[in-house]
Write a protein that binds this ligand. Structure first.
Ligand SMILES: *[C@@H]1O[C@H](CO)[C@@H](O)[C@H](O)[C@H]1NC(C)=O
Ligand SMILES: *[C@@H]1O[C@H](CO)[C@@H](O)[C@H](O)[C@H]1NC(C)=O
Ligand SMILES: *[C@@H]1O[C@H](CO)[C@@H](O)[C@H](O)[C@H]1NC(C)=O
Length: 378
């Protein structure tokens, strides 16, 4: 190390370029003050690449963890230019792996951010995953008399709560800036399109319920020429890739359905309701979305928007439901409510078959469009 410390900064940065992983980088940085200071100018993109080299050790689940860590930057990059957004939409077809490939080109991480991310593991990721497990995981399935009234939403769902947590976090990281601009009425902001959002849901929250096989029949989702609406159609690529005998290369789990079940769960919603009640009264008492939602009937769009904004704030945002972390969010939640209250027009709707979503990033609507025809055949 003594000889490394005698290298000029430019040469040292070349050495950093040849490092293999984040552990080497860390070790090298901690050998002496000169190395630490100099290595601080290694680009965030290289730090991300080094982290990716050890994603299976330090950033699990892989690649979801690093995708969540970079999704906000990736979304910002995509909003710069319609061509970027088109590139992102194509990358989605390779699932979260496709997102990571693009992030490795256009995004970066810093060591302070990596330390924050690791702290989130204990403050947010593990405890919220535990709640998700109560909604769609082992704890849910272990409820006594599961199928006979033990839970109010018994269903067959093949999901992994660890991954479901990250799907929710990644959606928020990608689309929260569009929600903010929607609430602010910021006309200079170019949001990602509904079509881009649906591509994300189909391929990055993959679910065999999204593929059209057997009895899965999304009604009214066909074009006049008989073809399936491309916004609902799923190609046999990425998470849906097939072997030669047409079996799945890797069977996609119920990631979409799991997320829908979480958002509607009576073991999930009270955490958010209690938090809202610390701030203000609901726009609509007893508001509840369900799978059958087919428009605004009987449901207050302001309530839906406020709840959606809260749950779609990304990784840090999911800490909102932890009582010990709530205080820092109260002002924001109050601000969102005020902005929602001040909106004059009903959000614009986009219909695909019998399901609809909004022009703002509406997670539940996006999910249901992409799995339409699976639950109850609608
Ligand atoms: C890690 O990073 C280095 C340098 O960027 C690269 O040459 C190497 O192939 C990567 N993979 C592994 C497993 O080290
Ligand atoms: C999440 O992953 C960790 C580490 O692999 C595992 O110990 C834990 O049981 C998983 N949690 C759930 C709810 O599946
Ligand atoms: C409006 O959106 C643009 C583009 O995203 C952003 O640069 C700007 O800061 C936003 N303005 C406000 C007032 O938030």
């Amino acid at each position: 190390m003594a000889s490394l410390a005698s290298l000029a900064p430019e040469l040292l940065l070349l050495v950093a370029d040849r490092l293999h992983n984040i552990e080497d980088y860390s070790a090298l940085s901690s050998t002496c003050k000169y190395l630490r200071t100099t290595l601080q100018s290694v680009s965030p993109n290289i730090i991300l690449r080094l982290a990716n080299n050890q994603s299976r050790i330090f950033f699990r689940p892989s690649p979801e963890f690093l995708v969540a860590a970079t999704a906000r930057q990736l979304g910002e990059w995509a909003r710069l230019d319609p061509a970027n957004e088109a590139t992102l939409a194509v990358a989605f077809q390779n699932g979260v792996d496709g997102m990571l490939d693009l992030a490795l080109i256009h995004c970066g991480l810093t060591m302070p951010r990596i330390r924050q991310l690791h702290a989130l593991r204990f403050s947010v990721i593990n405890p919220v995953t535990d709640i998700i497990d109560q909604c769609v995981g082992q704890q849910w399935y272990s409820t006594p008399n599961f199928w006979d009234g033990g839970v109010d939403d018994a269903y067959t769902i093949d999901a992994d709560p660890n991954t479901t947590f990250f799907h929710l976090a990644i959606y928020g990281e990608l689309f929260a800036p569009d929600l903010a601009a929607y609430l602010d009425g910021n006309a200079t902001h170019r949001p990602l399109s509904v079509e881009t959002r649906l591509e994300f849901i189909k391929y990055c929250v993959p679910d065999f319920a999204c593929e059209l096989r057997g009895s899965i029949n999304p009604r009214d989702a066909h074009l006049p020429n008989g073809e399936l609406d491309p916004r609902r159609a799923v190609k046999p690529v990425g998470p849906y890739a097939r072997n030669e005998d047409n079996s799945y290369a890797e069977f996609p789990k119920n990631n979409n359905i799991a997320l829908v079940w979480v958002l509607q769960s009576t073991r999930w919603r009270p955490h958010w309701r209690n938090l809202r009640q610390r701030v203000a009264v609901d726009f609509q008492d007893g508001f509840e979305d369900d799978w059958w939602y087919d428009g605004g009937e009987g449901r207050d769009w302001r309530q839906r928007l406020w709840e959606n904004v809260m749950v779609c704030q990304g990784l840090e945002g999911l800490g909102m439901i932890r009582p010990e972390m709530q205080d820092e969010w109260l002002e924001k939640i109050r601000g969102w409510r005020e902005k929602v209250a001040a909106l004059e027009r009903t959000p614009g709707e986009t219909w695909v078959g019998r399901h609809c979503t909004y022009d703002y990033p509406f997670l539940l609507g996006d999910l249901r469009i992409c799995a339409s025809g699976y639950v109850g055949g609608t």
